[in-house]
Design a protein around this ligand. Structure first.
Ligand SMILES: [Zn+2]
Ligand SMILES: [Zn+2]
Length: 296
């Protein structure tokens, strides 16, 4: 809730007129409590999760050769009924695990200093904070994911996420409730270390979720804008982790590739990539040669 009675009072306090974005923010947030604003995240997460995967689902059901040539595991097609079941299961998780988690974690959001006031952060500040959040989360998730591939962690928790050996976008948050809690901690570490405005906090969860949905889409489109991001893993990179399954000791990172490179956990993936490239150049003339995993 903003401590100003009017836009004029806010302008007087800031010593300048409000920008257009700040006026919008004032009109939207002035009467809402900080707790309500922080918990908007669950609405955004549900909305993004319900909308962003739809083009990928449509593409898969369409089975057009134009798109199919970019399917990472072209031999595996997930039936429509299973896609719907995955959506239903994840929505239940979002509503009954992620939602309550957002509510109970509000005191932590407040304690670390995530704020709702004016002025709004600049684009540069938001970008710098998001970069920190992505790097911190990526590094933390790398080690948590490696831990979840130990015998106990895999059998008790992580096996749920590996149900899909050929991922679909809706399966990105298809997780055991304990993994949701574990990954929630990793997602909150960056904002806790470098707390910013609640708008940046929303944007962080939205972008991270969009990244996870694309990474699990099952398609590796050469025109994806994420191809321009340095050290970005992407769909083909993470798909390999699912393709190998529970035995996988490769490609643990969630967003970037540098952790797997530094700690040597991308060797299997690199070997497979090289072998498939040789096959494509030689014997098979472009066809996938090993169980249906395509690599560029
Ligand atoms: Zn895994
Ligand atoms: Zn995954």
């Amino acid at each position: 809730m903003l401590p100003y009675k009017s836009i004029e009072a806010a302008a007087a306090q800031l010593g300048r007129n409000l920008t257009y974005a700040e006026t919008l923010w004032f009109n939207y947030s002035a009467e809402k409590s900080d707790g309500v604003l922080a918990c908007h995240n669950i609405l955004f997460v549900c909305l993004i999760f319900s909308v962003v995967p739809l083009p990928f689902v449509f593409i898969q059901l369409l089975r057009s050769p134009f798109f199919e040539k970019h399917k990472i595991q072209p031999k595996i097609q997930t039936p429509a009924a299973e896609i719907f079941n995955c959506y239903k299961d994840v929505m239940l998780n979002l509503l009954f695990v992620v939602g309550p988690l957002q509510l109970v974690s509000y005191p932590s959001v407040k304690a670390v200093g995530i704020h709702t006031g004016l002025p709004l952060p600049s684009v540069g500040e938001i970008a710098a904070q998001l970069l920190v959040y992505f790097v911190v989360e990526d590094y933390t998730t790398y080690w948590m994911h490696r831990f979840l591939h130990c015998k106990w962690g895999y059998e008790k928790i992580h096996k749920v996420h590996h149900h899909y050996t050929s991922p679909i976008a809706f399966a990105a948050p298809y997780l055991h409730w304990a993994e949701i809690l574990i990954l929630g901690i990793a997602s909150f570490l960056g904002p806790a270390m470098v707390p910013g405005h609640v708008v940046t906090f929303w944007l962080w969860f939205v972008l991270r979720q969009m990244e996870a949905l694309e990474t699990h889409s099952g398609y590796d489109f050469p025109w994806s804008v994420t191809k321009c991001i340095p050290f970005y893993g992407g769909a083909e990179y993470h798909d390999y982790h699912h393709y190998v399954g529970g035995q996988s000791q490769s490609n643990f990172a969630s967003v970037f590739t540098y952790c797997d490179y530094i700690y040597g956990t991308d060797k299997g993936y690199r070997y497979q990539k090289k072998a498939l490239k040789k096959l494509r150049e030689g014997v098979n003339g472009g066809e996938d040669g090993d169980g249906g995993f395509k690599s560029d």
